[in-house]
Design a protein. Structure first.
Length: 368
């Protein structure tokens, strides 16, 4: 049975993809009610974090080994070169496009809560993405004289990301209707090696998403947002990291489940690996080669999903994922999210499963 709780509801309100939803719904809550809900959420998250019953589930928690038990390489990107897509090595059976990455387009991600302080808003801008010394670098900073080729304002908080999807049209109005998938895969093993941004107010993530997940008809089977990791804990407990799943879109039918793991080491100090093993029956999440959560929440997605590596900057209200108060981003701060590599593997045993983005019934929810 699905677990619906206040935590899930408010997480949707504060979800980075649907800031507008939060601003619409928050009007109906008094400040006292919101604070009371937040207290319940924090208690719920703490309790869920302590629940390790998943370790006793019917999951294979072992880390896949390339070349063994059916695992083969799809691609590995070490971000060598001067531009995206130059450092990719593709597996011998790969037949798709070799231009798989694009920068996340110009878009506002968090609106300012104070109409008199538009500089608090967070914008995605392709200018924030670069390759340096064999690393993908996503730079986050406040600017008061910003210039770019898009519709970003001169003042604000700017960051960005990359993804294996191209949006034909406006990012903010796109609801999955105009997605061109440059690379997408169902099932497999996905791993990044990254150094997290250390400034408070930062929210970095590695996640998979399906354009199809906005059909609230087949639970997560027809597409789930899979957050391999969400980094928003430097202001609370730097040894913690969040994993999350969201399905049925971002509107009234939206549902989610999240898990906060604590490895008792500083995840903001140096490099760490974050990975997902996605099988047709379950998900397993890993940090530094250690299984940190396994679940079937929502019903495991059976459609192809694209990859995203992104940063976001809190808009000044100091809320982040998993109901964490992540602190306001200092206008004097400049932070970098570094990614050493991305690995994507597949398993020959999964090829028997039918994968089709349009095999599920339901209408695309373009309102939320």
């Amino acid at each position: 049975m699905r677990k619906r709780c206040i935590y899930n509801g408010l997480r949707i309100l504060y979800n980075r993809k649907e800031r507008v939803i939060m601003k619409q719904k928050i009007k109906f809550f008094s400040a006292a009610v919101v604070l009371a809900m937040a207290a319940v959420i924090l208690c719920s998250c703490s309790a869920e974090k302590q629940d390790e019953s998943w370790k006793n589930g019917n999951y294979d928690l072992s880390v896949p080994q390339l070349g063994q038990d059916g695992w083969y390489m799809v691609f590995e990107d070490d971000f060598e070169g001067d531009s995206l897509n130059e450092g990719i090595t593709f597996g011998e059976n790969y037949t798709g496009s070799h231009e798989i990455w694009t920068t996340s387009p110009h878009a506002i991600r968090w609106e300012s809560n104070d109409e008199d302080k538009p500089e608090q808003a967070c914008w995605w801008c392709p200018n924030a993405v670069s390759l340096q010394d064999g690393n993908l670098v996503i730079t986050s900073q406040y600017e008061n004289n910003h210039t770019c080729s898009g519709n970003c304002p001169a003042e604000g908080r700017f960051t960005g990301g990359i993804e294996t999807r191209k949006i034909n049209g406006d990012q903010n109005s796109n609801k999955g209707e105009n997605d061109e998938l440059l690379f997408a895969q169902a099932f497999g093993y996905f791993e990044v090696r990254a150094k997290l941004p250390e400034a408070q107010g930062m929210w970095s993530a590695f996640w998979l998403q399906s354009s199809n997940m906005r059909k609230p008809s087949a639970e997560g089977v027809d597409g789930t947002e899979i957050d391999v990791f969400e980094s928003a804990f430097i202001n609370s407990k730097s040894s913690q990291m969040g994993h999350a799943l969201l399905w049925n879109g971002y509107g009234e039918y939206a549902d989610s489940q999240a898990y906060i793991t604590d490895l008792e080491q500083d995840l903001y100090d140096g490099w760490h690996t974050y990975a997902l093993k996605w099988t047709p029956e379950y998900y397993v999440f890993y940090i530094d080669g250690v299984a940190t959560w396994a679940t079937t929440a929502g019903g495991v997605s059976h459609v192809k999903e694209f990859l995203r590596l992104t940063c976001e900057i809190d808009a000044g209200d100091e809320w982040g994922p998993h109901a964490q108060k992540i602190g306001a981003f200092d206008t004097e701060s400049k932070s970098e999210f570094l990614v050493d590599y991305v690995k994507v593997w597949q398993n020959s045993e999964y090829e028997q499963y039918e994968i089709s983005d349009d095999k599920f019934a339901g209408t695309l929810d373009t309102e939320n």
